[in-house]
Design a protein around this ligand. Structure first.
Ligand SMILES: C[S@@+](CC[C@H](N)C(=O)[O-])C[C@H]1O[C@@H](n2cnc3c(N)ncnc32)[C@H](O)[C@@H]1O
Length: 235
């Protein structure tokens, strides 16, 4: 269920070697705001929250993540930002006793893949359908009426390997299956495998996604920027 413990000690070096563009992610988030408070679902080691916190010191921000080894790094990284509240929680049983003007996830629990002109499809770190529905329902309950849900956009996944900034080689391998795909992540140091992580991702077509989110009161809003698809909680 989306556990990142194996990758955690190499996560930052992989992601900051060109995998994600954190400044652009926050630029695009800002286009949808401002928000009095904001929740990141699957905040990992806090790289987005650090960029956000630097630009909006004192902002009312919560980050949740399933993986304690990721959150430990987020706590260290964000020690200078006491207004950022970090919690270890699985979104499927999210309980924060608070409603947010916006919740977002970038590469976190749910995201969209957009491949050229094809319809977007949603990818989930949660393999079970019932768990996905429970998680989205819990998340919806934490978004205020009129609030926004922002889910990140990524390009299509494919097999590749490349050298990263510490000289190691990052590799990924995708194995499609009937309700999504399995993704294997590897890190090689001089040919020796130093990290291996496997995640079973579930995918939902655009119409399945609109149906699921629509039942929770979300309507898509026009796209701004290329990092997020946005939905407003209208019901
Ligand atoms: C690819 S990382 C993204 C981290 C961060 N958003 C970033 O951009 O660097 C995905 C994160 O989602 C978290 N995650 C996966 N499933 C989760 C769940 N069910 N509940 C909460 N967090 C989850 C993982 O622990 C991991 O830290």
């Amino acid at each position: 269920m989306g556990d990142y413990t194996n990758m955690s000690s190499y996560y930052d070096v992989i992601m900051t070697s060109g995998y994600y563009d954190y400044a652009q992610i926050v630029n695009d988030l800002e286009q949808h705001g401002p928000f009095a408070n904001i929740l990141e679902v699957g905040c990992g080691t806090g790289l987005i929250l650090e960029e956000f916190g630097r630009r909006h010191s004192g902002a009312n921000i919560t980050g949740i993540d399933l993986t304690e080894a990721m959150l430990k790094q987020a706590r260290e990284r964000l020690a200078a930002y006491p207004a950022i509240d970090l919690r270890q929680q699985n979104v499927c049983s999210l309980a924060l006793n608070k409603k947010y003007e916006a919740a977002f996830s970038y590469g976190g629990v749910w995201y969209f893949v957009i491949d050229g002109d094809k319809e977007p499809f949603m990818v989930s770190h949660i393999p079970g359908d019932a768990d996905n529905r429970a998680g989205l329902e819990k998340l919806a309950a934490h978004i205020a009426p009129g609030g926004m849900l922002l889910l990140g956009i990524q390009g299509p996944h494919f097999d590749y390997e490349k050298e990263i900034s510490n000289g190691m080689t990052y590799a990924q391998k995708i194995e499609p299956h009937d309700h999504g795909f399995v993704k294997h992540y590897y890190l090689l140091d001089d040919g020796r495998r130093v990290m291996e992580q496997t995640i079973d991702y579930r995918t939902y077509s655009w119409s399945q996604t609109l149906d699921m989110l629509g039942k929770l009161g979300f309507t898509p809003v026009p796209r701004k920027g290329d990092k997020f698809l946005a939905f407003r909680k209208t019901a």
